[in-house]
Every structure is written in C-alpha cells, then in structure tokens.
Design a protein around this ligand. Structure first.
Ligand code: PLP
Length: 368
C-alpha cells in the first residue's frame, strides 16, 4: 500500500502505547486523561439544543458566524489585551483545527518550526504533515524557556515558534518577563509565534498573559475544549493579521468547511458562563497532589492546566510497570519529549482517585 512520506513521518506510537496500557487495566485510577472531569454546564447544553431545534444546522460562513466572531473580539480585548476586529478572527474546529489551517499557510516544504520540549503531541505531528521540520528546543529544568538554546536553533528556514502557556504537559505558566523576552526574540528574527492558549482559564498563581498583546506577528489560538469541557464539540478560534486570516479561510473552505454550526451558537453562551468554581476545584486538586508527592519526587509545582510533569525516581520502564501493577495509569514522558526522564499525571479526576493515586505513588517512589 502506497502511503505518502509525509504521513509515514508522523508517529502515533507513543499514544498508542498508552491506549494499550489502559486496555490492560480494569477500572484503573486513570491519571492519563487530557480533558476536564466536569460536564458542559447546562445553560451551554441548552443553547446547543436550542440551536439545533431552531435549525441552525447548515453550513455556517467558512470564517464562522459573525455573532461569535464579535464575541471573540470582545473577549480578546477584555481578557487578553489583544486588539482585533472581526476580520482578524477565524472560528475553527477547535485548536487542532486551528493549527491545521495555520501551518499550511505559513510553511513551505522544509521550513522549520521551533517546538519546545516537552510539548503537546500534536505540534510535531502536524508540522510534519504540512511538510515542515519540527525543531525541538529543550526547556530548562523548571520548564522555563532557555533563550540560549533557542538562539542556537534559528536558521534561515525558521518560520515560527509554537508557544503554549499554561503548558501541557508541564503545567508551566509563563510570566510577563518570559513572554516579553519571547516577543522580543521573535521580533528580532521576524518569526510567527503560534500561541496555543487553550488552558488560559486554568491558572492557579499569577495571571495568564497573551503574547499577542505584545507582538503583532502572533497567531493566538484558543477554544472551549478544556475551559468548558466541550472537547467533543470541536469549536475554537484563532486571531491573526487579516491578510493571513484570508489565506486560512481558503484552507478551511476546502477542508473543515466550517466549525460545527450549532455549537458555534452555544460557544457564545460559553463565553458568558463563569467557570471559576471549576478552576478553584482544580486549584485545590493541584495542591493536594503537590503536598502529597513533593517529598517523594523531584517535581515543580504546577502553575496551570491540569498536569504535573514529574521526574522518574528510578528506571522509567520499571516505574511504569509498578504503576500498572497498582492499577494506576500515568503517561510516560517520552510521549511528549525526545527524552525519557519524566512522567505526566493529570489531576482532572475525582478527589477520591487522586488520594488513592497519591498513596500508590508515595509507596512506589521508595522501591528503587
Ligand atoms: N493544545 C494543547 C496544548 C492540548 O493539550 C490539546 C489537547 O489536549 C489541544 C491543543 C487540542 O485541543 P482541541 O480539542 O481544541 O483540538
């Protein structure tokens, strides 16, 4: 069977391994989950049902319904300090759909895209799919950006830096200084910054800062998958210079066509729904995990998202096997990284499961 080289270059083996691990366990304590454990709030579900019942079921405009684009403009202005107007906004099939229309617009074959290591699995694979070359730059031990390492990988072919705060899988939240330095760096080399802000609502200390408020060549991507638990509805947005948006509309027109129309209407309600109680619950969960594990593992406090990226206390394979034997599912860090030094846990689960997981992890940390 002939398969294109671009697709052959993509690799799903890391994630497949996790699925295979999950299948082996019966009713596991599952800390591998990358989505919230709360449900979509009722008013948003009602709004989606209402949109379907009132026949908003056809194609929408490729760029998304005007009402939602206008709401996104206000949200970016008020919350992210990004000034934009409707023509800067494209409603996408969630963040993955956003990345899938951005990359073909900015990459020619062989162009390089800088990706921090560790990183969300999709970045590398999508860059490969669109003919680009992903260039890994290791984060520092505390998951902040190593600007010396970044400087060393820039070439004539570098087009963009993919940036994610709060970050999957580390929980790192970039502060104002780090973001200012990144903006300055990108300006110096005239690079796009693709800023994935999907976890922006999950910040536990300090505040979320959008690099798009400081740097004009930023493509800000966001969505509702994590903030409103709408992972299955596939709605998100991006904000970019209008010339670029026009090109991305062309790509969306022939690929996704539009984001799911009824859920675009529901997304308007989502933007007006206060989710801070859920975030507060997650803040408590991250404190529970940190207090329970910090004396047993080398780990940074998680500042955001719902993850910890924790150093293996001993041989990774042995450690993962011990987790499995205790019916505990975590994700090996090499799924997100060229290195195999850490594992990821998600705290988007019940307190009961978190307490059980802490007891197990405390126990197996000592079994060197
Ligand atoms: N970006 C990051 C950092 C993620 O962690 C995820 C999902 O886990 C995505 C993007 C994909 O999100 P969406 O459901 O909006 O496509």
């Amino acid at each position: 069977m002939k398969i294109s080289k671009r697709v052959q270059a993509m690799d799903a083996s890391g994630i497949r391994k996790v699925f295979a691990l999950a299948k082996e366990l019966k009713d596991p304590i599952d800390l591998s989950i990358g989505q919230p454990d709360f449900m979509v709030p009722k008013n948003i579900k009602d709004s989606a049902c209402h949109a379907i019942q009132t026949d908003y079921n056809r194609y929408s405009l490729t760029q998304g319904i005007d009402e939602l684009r206008d709401e996104v403009v206000s949200k970016l202005k008020n919350k992210n300090k990004i000034s934009a107007c409707r023509k800067n906004i494209l409603i996408t099939s969630a963040v993955s759909g956003g990345l899938s229309v951005i990359l073909p617009c900015i990459l020619d074959h062989g162009d390089e895209v800088v990706i921090f290591d560790p990183h969300f699995v999709g970045y590398k694979q999508l860059v490969l799919l669109y003919g680009g070359v992903p260039i890994n730059v290791n984060k520092r031990f505390d998951f902040s950006i190593d600007f010396n390492a970044l400087e060393q990988v820039i070439t004539q072919k570098t087009r963009a830096i993919v940036f994610n705060t709060p970050e999957n899988p580390t929980g790192h939240v970039s502060d104002h200084e780090e973001i200012r330095m990144l903006a300055e760096f990108a300006r110096k080399y005239d690079l796009y910054v693709i800023s994935d802000e999907i976890y922006e609502d999950f910040v536990y200390d300090g505040e979320h800062i959008s690099i798009g408020s400081l740097y004009e060549k930023t493509i800000t991507v966001g969505g509702f998958s994590k903030s409103h638990a709408m992972t299955g509805w596939r709605v998100g947005y991006l904000c970019a210079p209008d010339d670029l948006v026009n090109e991305m509309v062309k790509v969306q027109q022939y690929t996704f066509v539009c984001a799911p129309a009824p859920f675009q209407y529901a997304a308007i309600d989502a933007l007006h729904t206060d989710m801070s109680d859920f975030v507060l619950q997650y803040k408590k969960k991250r404190t529970t995990i940190y207090d329970g594990l910090k004396d047993y593992y080398e780990m940074m406090q998680s500042g955001g998202a719902f993850y910890f990226f924790i150093k293996y206390p001993y041989d990774p394979e042995k450690f993962i096997a011990r987790c499995m034997e205790n019916n505990l599912l975590v994700i090996p860090g090499n799924v997100f990284s060229a290195h195999n030094t850490h594992f990821r846990i998600s705290f988007a689960t019940t307190d009961e499961k978190l307490h059980k997981a802490i007891t197990i992890l405390q126990h197996i940390a000592k079994e060197v």
